[in-house]
Design a protein around this ligand. Sequence first.
Ligand SMILES: Nc1nc2c(ncn2[C@@H]2O[C@H](COP(=O)(O)OP(=O)(O)OP(=O)(O)O)[C@@H](O)[C@H]2O)c(=O)[nH]1
Ligand SMILES: [Mg+2]
Length: 430
Amino acid sequence: MVSSSNSSGSSGMRSAPIVEARTQECLEEMRNMPSDELANVIILIGRTGVGKSALLEYLTNALGHSKSSPNAVTLNFQLERVNLFSKRYYIMDTPGFDTDKEQDVFREIVRGIEAVQPHAKIVGVMLVTRINDNRAEAVDNKLVAFVDKLCGPKYAGQITAVTNFWNVSEPEEKMEFEMRLEERLHQWRAVLGQEMKQYQHGRRYNSFGEDAGECLKWRGDSDDIKAYAKAMVDRHYGGIVPRDPVIVQELFENQPLGKTAAGEFLGIPPPPQSSSGSTSASSPGQTGATTPPPPTSEPEAEEIPRPSASSDRANPSQSRPQMPPEPDRPNLVEDLIKGVFNNVLIPAAQDFLANRALGVMMGGAAGGAAGGFPSHLDPLSSHDHFVARGLPGDLGSRTQYAQARGINLEPGSPAFGDAVRSSIMRERPL
Ligand SMILES: Nc1nc2c(ncn2[C@@H]2O[C@H](COP(=O)(O)OP(=O)(O)OP(=O)(O)O)[C@@H](O)[C@H]2O)c(=O)[nH]1
Ligand SMILES: [Mg+2]
């Protein structure tokens, strides 16, 4: 186990002592947990300044992490704990994934994962971005592809795409952000998996846990924003039977970082080939950590019991079941990196804007995608039907659409979804 797990990172700089002490407390608490229990860890990943640390603060009520404090930039992994609806979570903050920092950030994430093993399950990964950021730099796409490599193909349902900076002043700006969100989620789901969840941090949520279509004030409405964020964690992670991301299995197998999917993707050089060809003598993850590989099991989603951490430790040779082979997927990650999606989706977005300018977005006269219902969307989802037609699918937009057509059902209810779906299908056949 890492003995001073927050004292030095790839940057060689130190976190604020109080934040560091709390991280140590969290690690200590995990170590002291009953051997048949595992801590629930959620990792925040994203570029610098997108609000990862601010999200951690809102989720846990902790202070001292974000740019609103003197300890502006996160340099090492940091942990805070919170009890949400009688379940304890440990939220792990990580440094910003930026150009030329990618490998260092990956190493720090690995350091964090190794530090919590074998006492924890990585129940979730949150991919945090700013919605008010219209840059589409190579590193943004690389980030999504990196998360895919880190988590593997079966983890999509445990990834939450969090967008920040929803505080808008103009309705036009809100529409633009909503359109950008749809575009982004469309791209990401194509890469990470359709089960990926979403959360708009700074928007109002209704009692069904659905985006109610209203942007809140970052400071004035902070209590509401905090409550919605906490409820989201419970919704997304409270009732699941979690699996670990693929990196946990790879570290457990003593894969050197350059041999892990994420490490290979980021260009971390593989270790020199030994004469026997074995890599098992390499230190786990080559991060300099003293942690043994994480001897936790990787149950299929249906498998609830897992060997306890202590029994795993007692018999480290008892390896966990092999991960199932990756299903065949088109080269979406490579396409994403090459920017293919940008070429496809930006014209679609422009069409959408043009339609909106003509006042036809809700009118049904024009717009919409051609060529049938996209196979990656859910034909039973009214949200996906809107998206398939190039329209914002959030609940607020669907409610607006419904009201304009005299559909007076409870927004978000199944009956509402059915009525809205039928209506849009009639109006805009694909
Ligand atoms: N207005 C507004 N401000 C936000 C929002 N989210 C975060 N912030 C603020 O923006 C800043 C974001 O900083 P951090 O949370 O430190 O960003 P980070 O992603 O942790 O950055 P690194 O540690 O450098 O990786 C903080 O001052 C937050 O208070 C948001 O949704 N709206
Ligand atoms: Mg930070």
